[in-house]
Write a protein that binds this ligand. Structure first.
Ligand SMILES: NC(=O)c1ccc[n+]([C@@H]2O[C@H](COP(=O)([O-])OP(=O)(O)OC[C@H]3O[C@@H](n4cnc5c(N)ncnc54)[C@H](O)[C@@H]3O)[C@@H](O)[C@H]2O)c1
Length: 261
């Protein structure tokens, strides 16, 4: 039976690239999660067109009721083995002009949502592990007694050094790194690996709205002299979901063309 991966924010951009790569190259069926139902359905159809199964689930990842419903649906769909927390937003402005509303919105979608989703999914995995331990008649078997599970959280390269106009976004993405390391430590006894990816400057609808002058300034600072593509990020997520990374946890991969060496 094919394994299932949940990918949030998969209706477009990096999330869409990740969903398609996991389906095509790692044989995953995909739960395509997005707040925009139409784009989620269209990506689910693209996945079916390449011969894998997919469901589209409309979900605001910052809303706990939505998250619990989405996680239930995902486990009904199949055996969830991987979660990629990719949905994210920006609401940029300088600190002195930033509203509390924009601070809360970015923190809720970019960070709190990962707490909600990872908690809901890990709780299912831990219940399964407890049954396995019971069947084995052991209190605390070695992690290898359980199925291997993967969590990949999408952070950002700006979490390392900060970024003007992005106090909310940078704080959320730095929080993602702390959350990733903590989940890695807490969940390793259940054979769950939790890692992060820190994209640099990637061509998606999120960056398409930036002025051309600013885009060119960014590109000039990238040693590989181009913007990244969703496929560049999808490649590292694929690695972190594959058996090749089974001994890596609590780690973050920077995929930024050398921007922050
Ligand atoms: N594009 C970049 O340069 C870049 C760089 C570093 C990190 N990232 C991160 O990568 C991730 C994807 O970015 P992208 O560029 O593809 O963005 P994008 O704006 O193109 O796509 C984001 C997707 O998330 C969905 N989404 C937004 N809010 C949601 C919510 N509350 N619930 C569910 N879905 C929601 C959107 O509908 C959209 O489909 C984000 O976490 C972003 O912060 C992007």
């Amino acid at each position: 039976m094919s394994k299932v991966a949940i990918v949030t924010g998969a209706g477009r951009g990096i999330g869409r690239g990740i969903a398609l790569k996991l389906a095509k190259e790692l044989d995953y069926n995909i739960v395509v999660v997005d707040i925009d139902e139409e784009s989620a359905s269209s990506v689910a159809q693209e996945i079916k067109n390449v011969g894998k199964d997919a469901i589209a689930v409309k979900c605001d990842v910052s809303n706990n009721e939505d998250v619990e419903r989405m996680v239930e649906k995902s486990f009904e769909f199949g055996e969830v083995d991987a979660v990629v927390n990719n949905a994210g937003i920006t609401r940029d402005s300088l600190l002195l002009k930033m509203s509390e509303k924009d601070w809360d919105m970015v923190l809720n979608i970019n960070l709190k949502a990962l707490f909600l989703i990872n908690k809901a999914v890990c709780s299912k995995w831990v219940s399964e592990c407890k049954k396995i331990a019971e069947d084995l008649g052991e209190d605390r078997p070695a992690p290898s007694a359980y199925p291997k599970r993967k969590i990949v959280n999408i952070s950002s390269i700006v979490a390392k050094g900060g970024n003007v106009g992005q106090a909310n976004y940078v704080s959320s993405k730095a929080g993602v790194i702390g959350l990733t390391k903590t989940i890695a430590k807490e969940m390793s006894r259940y054979n769950v690996n939790c890692n992060a990816v820190q994209p640099g400057f990637i061509k998606t609808p999120m960056t398409d709205k930036m002025p051309e002058k600013i885009i060119n300034k960014f590109i000039a600072a990238i040693p590989l002299q181009r913007m990244g593509l969703p496929e560049d990020i999808a490649g590292s997520v694929k690695f972190l979901c594959s058996p090749d990374s089974d001994y890596i946890t609590g780690f973050s991969i920077e995929v930024d063309g050398g921007l922050d060496m």
